[in-house]
Design a protein around this ligand. Structure first.
Ligand SMILES: [Zn+2]
Length: 371
């Protein structure tokens, strides 16, 4: 409602697209011609919703947008209200400048990106696609990296990893804690979780990840650049992969499938051995996979691989199984390089030197549904 009012004040017609009670999207359009050509249209999209907060861990009110030391503090400041505000400002500036447009420019504010429920972009597309059909879309993702107070590079997200939530279940004999058993589900689950937590999948280069490191090597310091250039070499590759992975958790995630245990559930009383114990984990598959990415790359000797494969994990004396509980649609790759990148570089402020670098994102921003 707020966004629609801001647009209306500028003389831009805003339309509210209802999804579920209390949740809607907002769309507006600057026309280039009387009849729209969706294949040429440019979509500026950002989501309005944010994830929940643990209020006690915040030093400021998370929903008050507090300005402190030159920073804006608040839930969603980065994800994704900053982009939403920038999109809105750019859209309004374009309207005020009133240039002759060679394509329609569409503004879209979406709901339910974080939970991905009944008001998500998937539902929005199914119900209202013709309202914002576009040939090009700029969405969240990527990052601007500052080094010594200067912009080092602008990473433009051109693909993303595919998240897969998994549950690992261990089963054993239940009973009183005064008589320990060899098949205690908690013990076996704990062993499996430790194994999964220590698992490191083999490196897989996607086109985007390869380009990312190639281009980053051109602007990184000599030492890092050397290892980036060696990533896929037969003699120094393995060592380089270790150096790069250890240097930055972001790089580690870009280079491989990854999995992190996140939730544990077992037992009802301290003196009762439960018959079942469960752990959940968030896994991220690297992009550019074929239809079924689930393989067991390292054999069932590694807990993580077995979970990725959705197989029974029996290798480490663990009675139970891994289960995929959620899988996002496979992410396709956007066009990288070309006009889009040159336009972003051309748009930089005078005096700023940086490169636009394609990047593959960890996690996902529901882009797969738009491609
Ligand atoms: Zn987001």
């Amino acid at each position: 409602m707020y966004i629609a009012a801001v647009l209306e004040k500028e003389g831009i017609k805003a339309e509210i697209l209802d999804l579920t009670p209390g949740r809607s999207a907002v769309v507006a359009r600057l026309r280039s011609t009387a009849t729209p050509d969706p294949s040429k249209a440019l979509l500026l999209v950002a989501h309005m919703d944010v994830v929940g907060v643990e209020k006690s861990k915040w030093t400021v009110d998370p929903f008050a947008a507090v300005e402190k030391d030159g920073y804006l503090y608040g839930r969603g400041a980065i994800d994704d209200k900053g982009m939403l505000a920038a999109n809105l400002a750019a859209f309004i500036a374009l309207k005020r400048a009133n240039p002759r447009l060679n394509r329609d420019v569409i503004f879209l504010a979406t709901a339910d990106e974080e939970q991905f429920g009944d008001a998500s972009v998937k539902i929005l597309i199914a119900k209202y696609w013709d309202k914002f059909a576009a040939g090009f879309a700029l969405n969240e993702g990527g990052e601007v990296l500052l080094k010594n107070g200067k912009v080092q590079y602008v990473a433009v997200q051109a693909s993303e990893k595919v998240p897969v939530n998994v549950t690992v279940i261990a089963r054993g004999t239940s009973g009183h804690a005064s008589m320990p058993t060899k098949d205690n589900a908690v013990v076996h689950l704990a062993a499996a979780v430790a194994k999964i937590g220590n698992y490191s999948a083999p490196v897989r280069f996607t086109t985007i990840v390869r380009r990312y490191f190639e281009q980053l090597a051109a602007i990184e310091d000599d030492e890092m650049a050397k290892w980036m250039r060696s990533l896929d070499t037969p003699d120094r590759g393995e060592h380089a992969q270790r150096v790069i992975s250890d240097a930055n958790p972001l790089w580690n995630s870009m280079l491989r499938d990854s999995i992190a245990p996140t939730m544990l559930t077992a037992g009802v009383r301290a003196n009762v051995i439960p018959g079942e114990a469960r752990a959940a984990g968030g896994a991220d598959e690297t992009g550019e996979r074929s239809a079924d990415p689930f393989r067991d790359p390292a054999g069932c000797g590694t807990g993580g691989a077995a979970v990725f494969a959705g197989k029974r994990i029996v290798c480490h004396n663990y009675k139970g199984r891994g289960e995929r509980v959620f899988q996002c649609a496979g992410a396709a790759v956007s066009v990288h390089g070309g006009h889009g990148f040159r336009a972003i570089e051309a748009a930089r402020r005078p005096g700023l030197r940086f490169s636009a670098v394609p990047t593959e994102r960890r996690g996902f921003a529901a882009d797969a549904w738009r491609r």
